[in-house]
Design a protein around this ligand. Sequence first.
Ligand code: B12
Length: 319
Amino acid sequence: MGTYRLKSVAEHLGVSPHTVRAWEKRYRAVQPGRSGSGRRIYSEEEFRRLLLLNELIKQGHSISQIAQLSDKKLGDLKSKHPEKGAKLFQDLYPTAHQHLGKLLESLHGFELEKLSRQLEWACLSLACRDFVFEVVAPLMKEVGNLVLSNKMSISQEHALSSVLRNHFSRALQVLQNHAVGFGSGGSRHPLLFTTPEGDQHEFGILLGATLCANLGVPAFYLGPSMPAKDIAESARRLGTSILVLGNLPTAEAQRKETLRKFFEELDKLLPLSVEIWVGGGEPPFKKLFTSQRKSRFLLSLRDFEAQLGAWKKGLKSTT
Ligand code: B12
């Protein structure tokens, strides 16, 4: 039979140690023993009882009413309404997949205010990363596919882009307020996000900037389609360490040539100390930047997040 410490009990239950102590002290839900040093030790039965109590609380029961019931009565209570609580919480907190379904439904019906509210709700009720990776990125992909197969109109795609842009301009502001104070003495905007001139696709960089703020690293979102000289000037003035460029792979010869010129000019004008991270895959040229410049090509937003985490860790260990 195992025994458990307070910290591990609280972690299993997903509540704070303070809450477990309160159930014990105020409501006498369990009476754990003590170790030689006075720490609480929970037996297997006590641990299971707390799990059961926690499930019943999630189903809507109040701790004061159930804390003193026997284990048998708690078990009976749970099997009485097995579905009720689960259903209630499912309705209250849809999964990322369910949010995605609701958003697509509203877009199909061109219900844009509803779409906007649902987006807000998904953002607030899900973890930031789930919102990015499991709602917004797949939503854009799905809409792209629906447009290609003529099951959704271009105007619906534009409407969604507009609602999303509005949402992110607000959400980023809030997230970035939490990211201030990073790397004291360093730049207030170590990362700068934009796309090459002529590329209006901004959700790769918007989601990148969101993940960045979520990791506590302040970033400046310059917006899409910027000429090389303006990017270089912004980077100089903001004291940027890493320039993140969203890049849409293209097979079109003319666009390839425009992009090659853009990168060449950027490399010349941007201070050598600024690293360039190109998101969205490698552009179709062999040698883009001078060998003294640090650069990376990131295939996906997950790669970006992992690189950023490593960069932040490295920075912390040198300060
Ligand atoms: C929304 C959208 C638009 C919107 C953009 C609105 C906006 N404010 O961003 C509008 C309507 C403006 C638009 C315009 C056009 N679009 Co468009 N668009 C899309 C759509 C539906 C979604 C793109 C998107 O935001 N995806 C969400 C992001 C997060 O995912 P992603 O783009 O796939 O990026 C991934 C990677 O590339 C990478 N990545 C990309 N950027 C970054 C950045 C960082 C930092 C990192 C780490 C990673 C990263 O990570 C992402 C996730 O894995 C796609 C369809 C699709 N299936 O993708 C077409 C698509 C991208 N568009 C396309 C085209 C052709 C156009 C137009 C030329 C159409 C036209 N004839 O006018 C114009 C070009 C305008 C311009 N000059 O840039 C093509 C591109 C094909 C190509 N490779 O050349 C696509 C793929 C549609 C298609 N299948 O034909 N578009």
